[in-house]
Design a protein. Structure first.
Length: 91
């Protein structure tokens, strides 16, 4: 997965609540207005440590989902081999 060019510290540290216009902030930081709104909904009110923990949990979740997908494919392949060879699977 592509890593963004801003770290959690930078995203959480943006001046969302400063009363400045979103278009002005987006232009200043070189991001789209949509990115700012996404960051605000995802990281709004968080501290830097919490944002880093969130990112690490998301990465762990991604790895675990990939592991489950790989194991499911292996299971289906083994079932197909057993069926092809005329064996029966235990319940």
């Amino acid at each position: 997965m592509k890593r963004g060019r801003f770290s959690e510290e930078q995203i959480v540290g943006k001046e969302y609540e400063s009363g400045r216009k979103v278009a002005e902030l987006a232009r200043e930081h070189g991001v789209s207005e949509g990115s700012l709104y996404t960051w605000k909904s995802k990281y709004g009110g968080m501290e830097v440590g919490e944002a880093q923990r969130l990112r690490s949990l998301e990465e762990e979740n991604r790895r675990l989902k990939q592991l489950v997908a790989d194991l499911s494919l292996d299971k289906e392949a083994l079932k197909a081999i057993v069926r092809k060879n005329g064996g029966s699977l235990p319940a």
